[in-house]
Design a binder for this molecule. Structure first.
Ligand code: ARG
Length: 573
């Protein structure tokens, strides 16, 4: 990985060792030099076991010799070196290390940690993608914030991102909805509360269809009408769609999430024939029970369904058509699909079909799957069926935060706005703090605990820092006396700050914002321990300037980390 701007000490050490005639290439050295698990083992260590074989000497003897040589002519960035149990441990001079970090942070500010690695290459990120007239549930919420965080991260790393909200706006369910609306619907109810009203109709349709199966046939007929371009069917569908979108938009506004493209599955209806033709021309299409499929037996997968016996297109076909279209429109270097792991097979299947079609860019398609989030029962009541509407969860969270803020007696002017931001930030942090694929249980009380490992804890720390910097009214500079800042917590803070650019690259390469979430949580904890054992604003100016530099470093990293997760850092709470 390429490090930007901060001095690359690992590289310097590699050069140093290389000049000592170590029989390993630079690349090999870079690979084996480690960051030791304990602080007292130095900042970097060279394990001498591989060398022992090459040099036919015990590792300890090699480490001893190297330590002696380096110690005799110590470069100015090293404090000391030490031989321990076959390792050569190297300690970077804290002043040099801190100065490098501080200088870079002061120079780059809120760009610190960004890079140009992406080189402007295009990444499409398909995320959120709820279904029209259906609840925006917890899974969509996770897809939304995970996708948006990845969007921010890739952008920060120099990619040109195209965020796509691929709405589920086509399928037989709309036939059912039309039948239900015509039988039991009410215009005003839909306008007042679109998703809930439409979803209730959908639920009612299923209840009634159990008693009267002719409803299903009727629904199929209405969907067929939609496919054939019937005016009445399409105008109802347009209306359902417009109402739903308006409702979704409210949520996106609260979350601060934006898309570059909002496009429904329906957009690909007239493009699926082309997919069918392509598959035919490559002899990939076969018929099974009247339907058209791509056989994937050789790849140990069930067949990919392309076209139903009644001619209706399918989810996978539309995804294939959309991928071809996106490749042509954006010529993406990478296409990410942020969708729950339940759809693993779907993505594997149609990615395979792209490969079988002979497109070498199949390997640039990636499904970023995530595990299930269940809600701790009892905390959130559901209003329709068993589905939890995410807006109900957010409303409840906002209420709770308001209550907490009231009791904190702050001088905050805009409490309602702050409460909403804290509540949303709390939810985002909790959804992004665990490895994405893990199944998790969401508890509102836990995520709102201002003292736990939570969003509010980070927000609170950030606000505390901003108020410290405001109060001090000092321009932080890198010309400080580094010898007065020696606490362990400060070493932790600078280490996290030093590694932050790499942390972001790692999060990007693994499509895992939780790596950033963990890093800023550890940072906030280190900061609070520093803050509790040191007075920052003091009469001793040397000390104050040095400590304020630590505060500034923390502020920048926290700010950038929160932003990358999609959480707005608040100066005041
Ligand atoms: N609308 C789908 C659902 O709610 C998710 C779509 C994901 N994106 C895609 N390209 N298939 O399950």
């Amino acid at each position: 990985m390429q490090k930007q701007d901060v001095v690359d000490f690992k590289n310097q050490i590699t050069m140093l060792l290389k000049n000592l005639d170590i029989p390993l290439s630079e690349d090999d050295l870079l690979k084996i030099i480690e960051v030791p698990p304990e602080k007292n083992m130095g900042d970097y260590a060279l394990p001498c076991f591989k060398l022992s074989k090459l040099l036919k000497k015990p590792p300890k003897a090699i480490a001893d010799e190297l330590a002696l040589k380096i110690q005799g002519n110590l470069p100015d960035y090293l404090e000391c070196v030490d031989s321990l149990n076959g390792y050569l441990n190297m300690f970077i001079k804290k002043t040099v290390y801190f100065e490098s970090v501080l200088e870079t942070i002061l120079a780059k500010g809120y760009d610190y940690g960004s890079s140009l690695i992406g080189g402007g290459k295009k990444v499409t990120i398909d995320f959120s993608s709820p279904n029209i007239a259906k609840p925006f549930h917890v899974g969509h919420f996770k897809a939304t914030i995970l996708g948006y965080s990845l969007y921010n991260i890739y952008k920060f790393c120099g990619y040109d991102c195209i965020g796509i909200n691929y709405l589920g706006d086509w399928g037989t369910q709309f036939g059912k909805l039309i039948v239900a609306y015509k039988l039991w619907g009410n215009k005003k109810e839909v306008e007042d509360n679109p998703i809930k009203a439409l979803y209730s109709l959908y639920v009612k349709f299923h209840d009634e269809a159990e008693k009267d199966p002719s409803l299903v046939t009727e629904a199929q007929a209405w969907f067929k009408k939609m496919e054939d371009g019937d005016n009445e069917a399409l105008s109802l569908w347009h209306w359902f769609k417009a109402e739903s979108l308006e409702e979704f938009q409210k949520l996106y506004d609260i979350l601060g999430v934006k898309f570059d493209v909002v496009v429904g599955e329906s957009y690909y209806n007239d493009k699926v024939d082309n997919v069918v033709k392509l598959l035919e021309s490559k002899n990939l299409l076969s018929q099974s029970e009247g339907a058209f499929i791509v056989d994937l037996e050789q790849d140990n997968m069930p067949p990919c369904l392309i076209k139903k016996s009644d001619g209706a297109s399918l989810y996978a076909t539309r995804d294939i058509a959309a991928a071809l279209d996106r490749k042509e429109k954006y010529n993406f270097d990478k296409a990410l699909y942020v969708v729950a792991v339940q759809q693993n097979l779907h993505f594997k299947q149609w990615f395979k079909v792209i490969e079988l079609l002979g497109y070498d860019w199949y390997s640039n398609l990636a499904h970023v799957g995530f595990g299930m989030v269940s809600l701790e029962t009892g905390t959130i009541k559901t209003r329709t069926g068993n589905v939890v509407f995410i807006e109900d969860v957010i409303n409840k969270a906002v209420e709770k935060v308001k209550f907490i803020i009231e009791n904190k007696n702050t001088t905050l002017k805009n409490k309602d706005e702050a409460a909403e931001k804290i509540a949303v930030g709390a939810m985002i942090f909790s959804f992004l703090s665990d490895t994405s694929y893990k199944d998790t249980v969401f508890s509102l009380d836990k995520v709102l605990d201002f003292n736990g490992e939570t969003g509010p804890y980070l927000q609170y720390t950030y606000a505390r820092i901003c108020s410290l910097l405001d109060k001090a009214k000092v321009e932080v500079s890198s010309k400080i006396d580094y010898s007065v800042i020696v606490d362990d917590s400060i070493i932790d803070i600078f280490k996290i700050a030093y590694e932050f650019p790499d942390t972001i690259l790692l999060a990007m390469s693994k499509n895992e914002p939780s790596i950033i979430a963990k890093s800023i949580m550890t940072l906030a904890q280190a900061f609070n321990s520093f803050y509790h054992s040191n007075t920052i604003i003091t009469d001793d100016k040397t000390l104050m300037h040095a400590r304020l530099a630590v505060v500034k470093v923390t502020q920048t990293i926290l700010h950038n980390g929160l932003r990358l997760l999609g959480i707005e850092p608040l100066k005041e709470i």
